[in-house]
Design a binder for this molecule. Structure first.
Ligand SMILES: NC(=O)c1ccc[n+]([C@@H]2O[C@H](COP(=O)([O-])OP(=O)(O)OC[C@H]3O[C@@H](n4cnc5c(N)ncnc54)[C@H](O)[C@@H]3O)[C@@H](O)[C@H]2O)c1
Length: 417
Protein backbone atom coordinates (compact mmCIF):
# COMPACT_ATOMS: atom_id res chain seq x y z
CA UNK A 1 0.00 0.00 0.00
CA UNK A 2 1.30 3.45 -0.84
CA UNK A 3 1.87 5.51 2.26
CA UNK A 4 -0.35 8.63 2.17
CA UNK A 5 2.78 10.68 2.69
CA UNK A 6 3.97 9.65 -0.76
CA UNK A 7 1.30 11.83 -2.38
CA UNK A 8 2.99 14.31 -4.61
CA UNK A 9 3.28 18.01 -4.17
CA UNK A 10 0.94 18.54 -1.24
CA UNK A 11 1.76 21.65 0.74
CA UNK A 12 0.47 21.87 4.28
CA UNK A 13 -0.53 24.92 6.21
CA UNK A 14 1.57 25.36 9.37
CA UNK A 15 -1.18 24.04 11.64
CA UNK A 16 -0.88 20.69 9.90
CA UNK A 17 2.85 20.57 10.47
CA UNK A 18 3.55 18.18 13.27
CA UNK A 19 2.10 18.55 16.72
CA UNK A 20 1.30 21.78 18.46
CA UNK A 21 1.90 24.34 15.75
CA UNK A 22 -0.73 26.85 16.65
CA UNK A 23 -0.84 30.56 15.96
CA UNK A 24 -0.18 32.77 18.99
CA UNK A 25 -1.03 36.44 19.30
CA UNK A 26 -2.04 36.43 15.68
CA UNK A 27 1.59 36.66 14.69
CA UNK A 28 3.88 33.83 15.72
CA UNK A 29 3.63 30.10 15.43
CA UNK A 30 4.30 27.87 18.40
CA UNK A 31 6.44 24.86 17.73
CA UNK A 32 6.46 22.01 20.28
CA UNK A 33 8.47 22.77 23.42
CA UNK A 34 11.40 20.42 23.76
CA UNK A 35 10.71 19.58 27.39
CA UNK A 36 7.09 18.57 26.84
CA UNK A 37 7.99 14.98 26.14
CA UNK A 38 9.48 12.68 28.70
CA UNK A 39 11.01 9.67 27.02
CA UNK A 40 10.83 6.24 28.53
CA UNK A 41 13.62 4.51 26.63
CA UNK A 42 12.83 1.10 28.11
CA UNK A 43 10.10 0.30 25.63
CA UNK A 44 8.71 1.50 22.29
CA UNK A 45 6.01 3.55 23.94
CA UNK A 46 6.62 7.06 25.14
CA UNK A 47 4.55 8.72 27.78
CA UNK A 48 3.66 12.37 27.29
CA UNK A 49 3.09 14.53 30.33
CA UNK A 50 -0.64 14.36 29.72
CA UNK A 51 -0.39 10.52 29.79
CA UNK A 52 -0.98 10.07 26.05
CA UNK A 53 1.10 7.24 24.70
CA UNK A 54 2.83 7.51 21.39
CA UNK A 55 5.17 5.25 19.44
CA UNK A 56 8.82 5.68 18.73
CA UNK A 57 10.56 5.30 15.40
CA UNK A 58 13.89 3.47 15.38
CA UNK A 59 16.35 5.54 13.38
CA UNK A 60 19.89 5.54 12.01
CA UNK A 61 22.02 8.42 10.72
CA UNK A 62 24.33 8.00 7.71
CA UNK A 63 27.07 10.63 7.38
CA UNK A 64 28.16 12.49 10.49
CA UNK A 65 29.31 15.91 9.32
CA UNK A 66 26.10 17.94 9.37
CA UNK A 67 24.48 14.59 10.21
CA UNK A 68 25.57 15.21 13.80
CA UNK A 69 22.81 17.83 14.02
CA UNK A 70 20.33 15.14 12.98
CA UNK A 71 21.76 12.91 15.71
CA UNK A 72 21.32 15.66 18.30
CA UNK A 73 17.78 16.35 17.13
CA UNK A 74 16.77 12.68 17.30
CA UNK A 75 18.23 12.50 20.79
CA UNK A 76 16.05 15.42 21.83
CA UNK A 77 12.92 13.85 20.38
CA UNK A 78 10.88 11.33 22.32
CA UNK A 79 9.37 9.87 19.14
CA UNK A 80 12.81 8.68 18.02
CA UNK A 81 15.08 5.95 19.25
CA UNK A 82 18.56 6.40 17.83
CA UNK A 83 19.82 2.89 17.10
CA UNK A 84 22.97 3.23 14.99
CA UNK A 85 25.30 5.59 13.16
CA UNK A 86 27.27 5.12 9.94
CA UNK A 87 30.21 7.00 8.52
CA UNK A 88 33.00 5.88 6.19
CA UNK A 89 35.50 7.74 8.36
CA UNK A 90 36.06 5.32 11.23
CA UNK A 91 37.82 7.81 13.50
CA UNK A 92 34.95 10.28 13.19
CA UNK A 93 32.39 7.49 13.58
CA UNK A 94 33.87 6.21 16.86
CA UNK A 95 34.24 9.79 18.14
CA UNK A 96 30.55 10.53 17.46
CA UNK A 97 29.49 7.21 18.99
CA UNK A 98 31.33 8.10 22.20
CA UNK A 99 30.07 11.68 22.15
CA UNK A 100 26.43 10.65 21.78
CA UNK A 101 26.50 7.32 23.57
CA UNK A 102 25.42 5.30 20.53
CA UNK A 103 26.71 1.74 20.87
CA UNK A 104 26.42 0.62 17.27
CA UNK A 105 28.35 2.18 14.41
CA UNK A 106 29.13 1.01 10.88
CA UNK A 107 31.75 2.16 8.42
CA UNK A 108 29.67 0.56 5.64
CA UNK A 109 26.23 2.19 5.58
CA UNK A 110 24.78 -0.91 3.90
CA UNK A 111 25.27 -2.83 7.16
CA UNK A 112 23.06 -0.27 8.90
CA UNK A 113 20.43 -0.62 6.17
CA UNK A 114 20.43 -4.41 6.58
CA UNK A 115 19.08 -4.07 10.12
CA UNK A 116 15.36 -4.82 9.98
CA UNK A 117 14.73 -3.02 13.28
CA UNK A 118 15.77 0.36 11.81
CA UNK A 119 12.76 2.00 10.18
CA UNK A 120 14.09 5.37 9.14
CA UNK A 121 17.39 7.00 8.22
CA UNK A 122 18.85 10.45 7.78
CA UNK A 123 21.10 10.62 4.73
CA UNK A 124 23.80 13.28 5.20
CA UNK A 125 26.61 12.13 2.92
CA UNK A 126 28.31 14.21 0.18
CA UNK A 127 26.04 15.16 -2.74
CA UNK A 128 27.52 12.62 -5.18
CA UNK A 129 26.42 9.81 -2.85
CA UNK A 130 22.81 10.92 -2.27
CA UNK A 131 21.45 8.95 -5.21
CA UNK A 132 23.02 5.61 -4.29
CA UNK A 133 22.49 5.83 -0.54
CA UNK A 134 18.85 6.96 -0.89
CA UNK A 135 18.08 4.24 -3.47
CA UNK A 136 19.65 1.62 -1.18
CA UNK A 137 17.75 2.93 1.84
CA UNK A 138 14.41 2.86 0.01
CA UNK A 139 15.15 -0.62 -1.34
CA UNK A 140 15.77 -1.71 2.25
CA UNK A 141 12.33 -0.35 3.18
CA UNK A 142 13.53 2.67 5.18
CA UNK A 143 11.86 6.07 5.42
CA UNK A 144 14.35 8.75 4.36
CA UNK A 145 15.21 12.25 5.51
CA UNK A 146 17.61 13.44 2.79
CA UNK A 147 19.96 16.39 3.09
CA UNK A 148 19.88 19.08 0.42
CA UNK A 149 20.31 19.21 -2.53
CA UNK A 150 18.25 16.20 -3.59
CA UNK A 151 21.15 15.21 -5.90
CA UNK A 152 23.78 16.71 -8.19
CA UNK A 153 21.66 16.68 -11.34
CA UNK A 154 18.04 16.53 -12.44
CA UNK A 155 18.67 13.09 -13.96
CA UNK A 156 19.79 11.73 -10.58
CA UNK A 157 16.92 13.53 -8.87
CA UNK A 158 14.37 11.91 -11.20
CA UNK A 159 15.72 8.47 -10.36
CA UNK A 160 15.30 9.21 -6.67
CA UNK A 161 11.80 10.63 -7.14
CA UNK A 162 10.71 7.54 -9.05
CA UNK A 163 12.11 5.24 -6.38
CA UNK A 164 10.35 7.23 -3.65
CA UNK A 165 7.00 6.94 -5.43
CA UNK A 166 7.46 3.22 -5.97
CA UNK A 167 8.53 2.62 -2.39
CA UNK A 168 5.57 4.23 -0.67
CA UNK A 169 7.96 5.30 2.11
CA UNK A 170 8.08 8.71 3.72
CA UNK A 171 10.68 10.93 2.07
CA UNK A 172 11.42 14.38 3.44
CA UNK A 173 13.85 16.88 1.93
CA UNK A 174 15.97 18.43 4.66
CA UNK A 175 15.02 21.99 3.70
CA UNK A 176 15.56 23.04 7.31
CA UNK A 177 15.00 26.74 6.60
CA UNK A 178 11.32 26.02 6.07
CA UNK A 179 11.19 24.86 9.67
CA UNK A 180 12.22 28.18 11.15
CA UNK A 181 9.28 29.88 12.88
CA UNK A 182 9.55 32.99 10.69
CA UNK A 183 9.33 30.87 7.52
CA UNK A 184 6.31 29.07 8.90
CA UNK A 185 4.69 32.39 9.73
CA UNK A 186 5.25 33.82 6.25
CA UNK A 187 3.88 30.67 4.64
CA UNK A 188 0.72 30.89 6.70
CA UNK A 189 0.26 34.58 5.90
CA UNK A 190 0.81 33.95 2.16
CA UNK A 191 -1.80 31.18 2.24
CA UNK A 192 -4.24 33.41 4.11
CA UNK A 193 -3.85 36.01 1.35
CA UNK A 194 -2.37 38.67 3.64
CA UNK A 195 0.14 39.76 1.00
CA UNK A 196 -2.32 39.76 -1.91
CA UNK A 197 -0.61 38.68 -5.12
CA UNK A 198 3.15 38.24 -4.78
CA UNK A 199 4.92 39.96 -7.66
CA UNK A 200 8.54 40.16 -6.46
CA UNK A 201 10.72 37.89 -4.34
CA UNK A 202 14.36 38.62 -3.70
CA UNK A 203 16.50 36.19 -1.77
CA UNK A 204 20.06 35.17 -1.27
CA UNK A 205 22.87 33.96 0.88
CA UNK A 206 26.17 35.77 0.50
CA UNK A 207 29.19 34.54 2.40
CA UNK A 208 32.29 36.72 2.70
CA UNK A 209 35.04 34.18 3.30
CA UNK A 210 35.65 30.60 2.27
CA UNK A 211 34.76 28.17 5.01
CA UNK A 212 35.63 25.10 2.91
CA UNK A 213 38.55 23.10 4.24
CA UNK A 214 41.25 22.53 1.63
CA UNK A 215 40.49 19.48 -0.51
CA UNK A 216 36.80 19.45 0.43
CA UNK A 217 34.43 17.60 -1.92
CA UNK A 218 32.27 20.76 -1.93
CA UNK A 219 34.82 22.40 -4.26
CA UNK A 220 34.66 19.75 -7.00
CA UNK A 221 31.74 19.89 -9.43
CA UNK A 222 31.95 16.16 -10.06
CA UNK A 223 31.21 15.51 -6.38
CA UNK A 224 29.04 18.47 -5.39
CA UNK A 225 27.18 19.41 -8.58
CA UNK A 226 28.31 23.02 -8.17
CA UNK A 227 29.35 25.76 -5.76
CA UNK A 228 27.36 28.17 -3.60
CA UNK A 229 24.35 28.04 -5.92
CA UNK A 230 23.64 24.36 -5.26
CA UNK A 231 24.95 24.55 -1.68
CA UNK A 232 23.41 27.74 -0.23
CA UNK A 233 21.20 28.96 -3.07
CA UNK A 234 19.24 25.71 -2.91
CA UNK A 235 17.86 26.71 0.52
CA UNK A 236 16.82 30.21 -0.49
CA UNK A 237 15.39 29.21 -3.86
CA UNK A 238 13.38 26.52 -2.12
CA UNK A 239 12.10 28.97 0.47
CA UNK A 240 11.03 31.50 -2.14
CA UNK A 241 9.39 28.92 -4.45
CA UNK A 242 7.64 27.29 -1.49
CA UNK A 243 6.22 30.65 -0.39
CA UNK A 244 5.12 31.33 -3.96
CA UNK A 245 3.37 27.93 -4.06
CA UNK A 246 5.77 26.27 -6.55
CA UNK A 247 4.22 27.77 -9.69
CA UNK A 248 5.58 26.63 -13.07
CA UNK A 249 8.72 28.48 -14.19
CA UNK A 250 8.60 30.37 -17.48
CA UNK A 251 12.26 31.17 -17.97
CA UNK A 252 15.53 31.64 -16.15
CA UNK A 253 18.49 33.99 -16.61
CA UNK A 254 21.72 33.00 -14.85
CA UNK A 255 25.18 34.33 -14.13
CA UNK A 256 28.08 32.59 -12.45
CA UNK A 257 31.49 33.93 -11.48
CA UNK A 258 34.53 31.77 -10.72
CA UNK A 259 37.64 33.99 -10.77
CA UNK A 260 37.97 33.93 -6.98
CA UNK A 261 37.49 30.15 -6.99
CA UNK A 262 40.12 29.71 -9.69
CA UNK A 263 42.51 31.91 -7.72
CA UNK A 264 42.12 29.54 -4.79
CA UNK A 265 42.64 26.37 -6.84
CA UNK A 266 45.97 24.53 -6.60
CA UNK A 267 47.13 21.33 -8.36
CA UNK A 268 46.40 19.46 -5.11
CA UNK A 269 43.03 21.15 -4.62
CA UNK A 270 41.62 21.86 -8.09
CA UNK A 271 38.48 23.79 -7.09
CA UNK A 272 36.32 23.98 -10.23
CA UNK A 273 33.00 25.39 -9.07
CA UNK A 274 31.65 28.94 -9.11
CA UNK A 275 32.29 31.30 -6.20
CA UNK A 276 29.21 33.45 -6.92
CA UNK A 277 25.94 33.00 -8.77
CA UNK A 278 22.97 35.22 -9.49
CA UNK A 279 19.72 34.51 -11.28
CA UNK A 280 16.41 35.95 -12.32
CA UNK A 281 13.57 33.47 -12.40
CA UNK A 282 10.29 34.38 -14.11
CA UNK A 283 7.31 32.57 -12.62
CA UNK A 284 4.15 31.72 -14.54
CA UNK A 285 2.14 33.78 -12.06
CA UNK A 286 3.85 36.85 -13.52
CA UNK A 287 6.07 37.27 -10.44
CA UNK A 288 9.83 37.57 -10.67
CA UNK A 289 12.41 36.11 -8.30
CA UNK A 290 15.97 37.33 -7.81
CA UNK A 291 18.59 35.08 -6.25
CA UNK A 292 22.23 35.77 -5.34
CA UNK A 293 24.67 33.54 -3.54
CA UNK A 294 28.40 33.36 -2.82
CA UNK A 295 31.02 31.41 -0.89
CA UNK A 296 33.40 34.34 -0.95
CA UNK A 297 32.94 38.02 -1.78
CA UNK A 298 33.60 41.52 -0.54
CA UNK A 299 30.54 42.16 1.61
CA UNK A 300 30.18 43.79 5.02
CA UNK A 301 29.08 40.72 6.99
CA UNK A 302 30.47 37.22 7.35
CA UNK A 303 27.14 35.80 6.16
CA UNK A 304 24.15 37.69 4.86
CA UNK A 305 20.94 35.75 4.31
CA UNK A 306 17.73 37.43 3.20
CA UNK A 307 14.31 36.95 1.75
CA UNK A 308 11.99 39.77 0.86
CA UNK A 309 8.54 39.38 -0.66
CA UNK A 310 6.43 42.13 -2.17
CA UNK A 311 2.73 41.60 -2.63
CA UNK A 312 -0.11 43.84 -3.75
CA UNK A 313 -1.41 44.11 -0.15
CA UNK A 314 1.71 43.76 2.02
CA UNK A 315 5.33 42.70 2.10
CA UNK A 316 7.73 40.94 4.43
CA UNK A 317 11.44 40.70 5.00
CA UNK A 318 13.66 38.19 6.73
CA UNK A 319 17.33 38.92 7.35
CA UNK A 320 19.93 36.82 9.13
CA UNK A 321 23.35 38.33 9.39
CA UNK A 322 26.47 36.88 10.95
CA UNK A 323 28.70 39.88 11.59
CA UNK A 324 32.47 39.83 11.27
CA UNK A 325 32.61 39.69 15.07
CA UNK A 326 30.55 36.49 14.91
CA UNK A 327 27.34 37.82 16.43
CA UNK A 328 24.10 36.78 14.79
CA UNK A 329 21.33 39.24 14.02
CA UNK A 330 17.97 37.94 12.89
CA UNK A 331 15.09 40.14 11.83
CA UNK A 332 11.62 39.39 10.56
CA UNK A 333 9.26 42.23 9.66
CA UNK A 334 5.91 42.72 7.96
CA UNK A 335 5.21 45.83 5.91
CA UNK A 336 1.80 47.21 4.97
CA UNK A 337 -0.22 50.33 4.67
CA UNK A 338 -3.23 50.91 6.93
CA UNK A 339 -5.38 54.02 7.22
CA UNK A 340 -2.99 55.71 4.83
CA UNK A 341 -0.06 55.02 7.14
CA UNK A 342 2.95 52.90 6.19
CA UNK A 343 3.43 50.35 9.00
CA UNK A 344 6.22 47.92 9.74
CA UNK A 345 5.68 45.39 12.52
CA UNK A 346 7.90 42.80 14.13
CA UNK A 347 6.15 39.53 14.91
CA UNK A 348 6.77 37.82 18.20
CA UNK A 349 8.10 34.42 17.16
CA UNK A 350 7.71 31.59 19.63
CA UNK A 351 10.85 29.46 19.87
CA UNK A 352 10.68 25.69 20.28
CA UNK A 353 13.67 25.71 22.57
CA UNK A 354 15.43 29.03 23.20
CA UNK A 355 18.46 27.13 24.53
CA UNK A 356 19.19 25.97 20.97
CA UNK A 357 20.53 28.08 18.12
CA UNK A 358 17.87 28.89 15.53
CA UNK A 359 19.72 26.52 13.19
CA UNK A 360 19.58 23.61 15.66
CA UNK A 361 15.96 24.44 16.31
CA UNK A 362 15.13 24.28 12.60
CA UNK A 363 16.62 20.79 12.38
CA UNK A 364 14.79 19.71 15.52
CA UNK A 365 11.48 20.86 13.98
CA UNK A 366 12.38 19.15 10.69
CA UNK A 367 13.19 15.85 12.41
CA UNK A 368 9.98 16.01 14.44
CA UNK A 369 7.97 16.59 11.28
CA UNK A 370 9.69 13.61 9.64
CA UNK A 371 8.78 11.38 12.58
CA UNK A 372 5.21 12.69 12.66
CA UNK A 373 4.82 11.84 8.97
CA UNK A 374 5.97 8.28 9.67
CA UNK A 375 3.79 7.85 12.75
CA UNK A 376 0.60 9.54 11.53
CA UNK A 377 0.71 9.20 7.75
CA UNK A 378 0.53 12.95 7.20
CA UNK A 379 2.26 14.03 3.98
CA UNK A 380 5.65 15.72 4.32
CA UNK A 381 5.71 19.46 3.65
CA UNK A 382 8.93 19.07 1.66
CA UNK A 383 8.32 16.02 -0.57
CA UNK A 384 10.79 14.69 -3.12
CA UNK A 385 8.94 16.57 -5.88
CA UNK A 386 9.93 19.88 -4.30
CA UNK A 387 13.55 18.76 -4.13
CA UNK A 388 13.32 17.91 -7.83
CA UNK A 389 11.61 21.18 -8.82
CA UNK A 390 14.31 23.17 -7.06
CA UNK A 391 17.01 21.09 -8.75
CA UNK A 392 15.41 21.76 -12.16
CA UNK A 393 15.64 25.50 -11.59
CA UNK A 394 19.23 25.26 -10.30
CA UNK A 395 20.24 23.25 -13.36
CA UNK A 396 18.51 25.77 -15.63
CA UNK A 397 20.44 28.60 -13.93
CA UNK A 398 23.76 26.82 -14.54
CA UNK A 399 22.76 26.17 -18.16
CA UNK A 400 21.61 29.74 -18.72
CA UNK A 401 24.88 31.05 -17.27
CA UNK A 402 26.95 28.74 -19.47
CA UNK A 403 24.92 29.48 -22.59
CA UNK A 404 24.68 33.22 -21.96
CA UNK A 405 20.98 33.20 -22.76
CA UNK A 406 17.59 32.55 -21.19
CA UNK A 407 16.59 28.96 -20.50
CA UNK A 408 13.26 27.36 -19.81
CA UNK A 409 13.62 24.63 -17.16
CA UNK A 410 13.45 21.24 -18.79
CA UNK A 411 15.24 22.65 -21.84
CA UNK A 412 18.94 22.11 -22.38
CA UNK A 413 21.21 24.93 -23.51
CA UNK A 414 21.25 23.29 -26.94
CA UNK A 415 17.45 23.37 -27.24
CA UNK A 416 14.35 21.57 -25.93
CA UNK A 417 15.10 18.21 -24.23
N1 LIG B 1 20.89 21.55 5.79
C1 LIG B 1 22.05 22.08 6.13
O1 LIG B 1 22.10 23.05 6.87
C2 LIG B 1 23.32 21.48 5.61
C3 LIG B 1 24.55 21.97 6.08
C4 LIG B 1 25.72 21.38 5.60
C5 LIG B 1 25.66 20.34 4.69
N2 LIG B 1 24.45 19.90 4.23
C6 LIG B 1 24.38 18.78 3.29
O2 LIG B 1 24.67 17.58 4.00
C7 LIG B 1 25.43 16.69 3.21
C8 LIG B 1 26.75 16.40 3.92
O3 LIG B 1 27.45 17.62 4.03
P1 LIG B 1 28.53 17.83 5.21
O4 LIG B 1 28.77 19.29 5.32
O5 LIG B 1 28.11 17.09 6.40
O6 LIG B 1 29.80 17.14 4.55
P2 LIG B 1 31.02 16.49 5.33
O7 LIG B 1 32.04 16.16 4.32
O8 LIG B 1 31.38 17.35 6.48
O9 LIG B 1 30.40 15.16 5.96
C9 LIG B 1 30.00 14.09 5.16
C10 LIG B 1 30.27 12.80 5.94
O10 LIG B 1 29.86 11.71 5.12
C11 LIG B 1 30.82 10.68 5.32
N3 LIG B 1 30.81 9.76 4.18
C12 LIG B 1 31.39 9.90 2.98
N4 LIG B 1 31.16 8.81 2.21
C13 LIG B 1 30.42 7.97 2.97
C14 LIG B 1 29.86 6.68 2.75
N5 LIG B 1 30.02 6.03 1.58
N6 LIG B 1 29.18 6.10 3.74
C15 LIG B 1 29.01 6.73 4.93
N7 LIG B 1 29.52 7.94 5.20
C16 LIG B 1 30.19 8.57 4.22
C17 LIG B 1 32.16 11.39 5.44
O11 LIG B 1 33.13 10.59 6.08
C18 LIG B 1 31.75 12.61 6.26
O12 LIG B 1 31.92 12.41 7.64
C19 LIG B 1 25.59 17.37 1.86
O13 LIG B 1 24.60 16.92 0.98
C20 LIG B 1 25.38 18.84 2.17
O14 LIG B 1 24.89 19.58 1.07
C21 LIG B 1 23.30 20.44 4.70
Amino acid sequence: MVHPAAEAGHILVPEELGADITPRDGAGVALPPADRLRADRSDRAVRLEDEEVTERVRVGVIGLGVGRHHVEAYRRTAEAELVALADANETLLRQRQREYGVETGYTDYRALLERPDIEAVSVAVPNDLHRQVVLDALAAGKHVLCEKPLARTVAEGREIALAVRQSGRVFLMAFNNRFRPESQLLKRLVEEGVFGDLYYLTTGWLRRRWILPRGSWFGYRERSGGGPLIDLGVHMLDLALWLAGFPPIRRVVGFTHDRLARARATPEDPVDVEDFAAATVFLETGAVLHLATSWVGHIEARDRVWLEVLGTQAGASLVREVTLAGTVEERCALHEERHGVALTSTPLLVRTDPALSTYQESILNEVRHFLQCILTGQPPIAPVEHGLRVLEVLEAIYQAAAAGREIEPGQTAAGPA
